[in-house]
Design a protein around this ligand. Structure first.
Ligand code: GN1
Ligand code: MG
Length: 359
């Protein structure tokens, strides 16, 4: 067993003797481990939080605790229907080790996660999961810390973008004129959408902000959705972003970083299924303006992801973990293909929302 990890794990208020610590999954940002314990004690998730991405880990953990405690008061099975934060033995919600911050929550057994939706029922359940998450938090009234500035604010992203292009720190801009034009040609329509959030036409709520399929836990015995995990980016934003980010993920017939662009299309069947699930929890409380822009949110977040992957590539791959040198460029191209597919099918996407509204 890795002694370093063991010594970190033992600084948390965990039950039982640690039997093994194994790496889990492939998050783009944090490093995640499963801590197995002996006997009947629960297992745990141990995470090294990326402090470059999250400058205020204590503030982030305060958000996560507040939100999970709120959810726990409302659900039938509080140990399964949201995460349970495990504090350190000194009472803090994290352990600091040099520049690294670590946090622990209880591992929820008999669950499944997926990287891709292969059937509409899964997309439907995913939609129910985020719709319910937002509904449970609709009356949450404490202020949340802004863990990442302007996370889904495209005006702020364009400021970062302009600065990155001007700096061109690794000299990649000259070879990316075509890709840069993909972003520039959509600048106005994206800013126009965001101005509706800025002027209050589209309201803000407590949102998850990272709703890709792999951040949702499903109950293995029933196949039903259990809860949203990876609560690092819980903040106040528009609900539309949670819908849009999920659409970016559940409807993609290929992988987020597919090298074969022919694999990548938006599946309207998955779109319908996700939207039906989401609106089964949300329709009655959504405003007219939210419903009007719901389908567009898929385009908005997919566009944002094109911009963020390309910006990180131009910046020399500092934000996202990469598996090979051009990974961020491959991701950019695959997300752009998905964006084009959504743009083509936008009238159908809007029709689906209207049908669900009227049914
Ligand atoms: C990151 O942390 P993870 O892997 O769930 C990123 C999301 C991106 C996603 C792309 C804090 O999510 O915003 O959409 O990668 N999270 C952060 O897959 O930047
Ligand atoms: Mg994350």
């Amino acid at each position: 067993m890795n002694e370093k990890l063991l010594s970190i794990a033992e600084q948390f208020a965990i039950e039982g003797k640690v039997a093994a610590i194994n790496a889990l999954g492939e998050g783009f940002i944090n490093d995640t481990y499963v801590v197995e314990t002996e006997g009947d004690a629960p297992n745990y998730i141990l995470q090294r939080k990326n402090h470059i991405v999250f400058p205020d880990v204590p503030g982030m953990m305060d958000n996560i605790l507040a939100v999970t405690e709120h959810i726990k008061r409302k659900v039938a099975d509080p140990m399964r229907e949201t995460l349970t934060v495990v504090p350190a033995k000194d009472g803090k919600l994290y352990v600091q080790d040099g520049e690294n911050f670590w946090a622990v929550c209880i591992f929820i057994p008999d669950t499944a996660t997926y990287d891709r939706a292969d059937k509409p029922e899964l997309a439907y359940q995913g939609g129910v999961g985020i719709g319910r998450f937002q509904a449970l938090l609709a009356d949450f009234d404490k202020p949340l810390n802004e863990t990442i500035k302007g996370f889904h604010n495209i005006r702020w992203r364009f400021q970062q973008w302009d600065a990155t292009i001007a700096a061109d720190p690794v000299g990649r801009v000259k070879d990316l004129q075509e890709e840069i034009a993909w972003v520039e040609s959509r600048r106005k329509e994206m800013l126009d959408f965001w101005s509706l959030v800025e002027d209050g036409t589209i309201p803000t709520h407590v949102t998850h902000n990272d709703t890709k399929i792999s951040n949702i836990l499903f109950d293995k015995p029933t196949g039903k959705v259990l809860c949203a995990i990876d609560l690092d980016t819980v903040m106040s934003s528009t609900s539309l972003n949670d819908f849009g980010d999920a659409i970016r993920s559940y409807t993609n017939t290929g992988a987020e970083d597919d090298k074969c662009l022919e694999n990548v299309e938006m599946s309207i069947d998955m779109f319908r299924a996700y939207a039906e699930g989401y609106l089964s929890e949300q329709l009655s409380t959504m405003s007219e303006s939210e419903l009007e822009w719901l389908a567009f949110a898929g385009r908005y977040i997919t566009f944002e992801q094109v911009l963020r992957f390309l910006m990180d590539y131009i910046d020399g791959d500092k934000y996202y973990k990469i598996a090979y040198p051009d990974h961020n460029l491959v991701r950019t191209r695959a997300q752009y293909k998905l964006l084009q597919s959504m743009e083509r099918q936008y009238p159908e996407m809007q029709a689906v929302i209207r049908e669900i509204q009227n049914s």
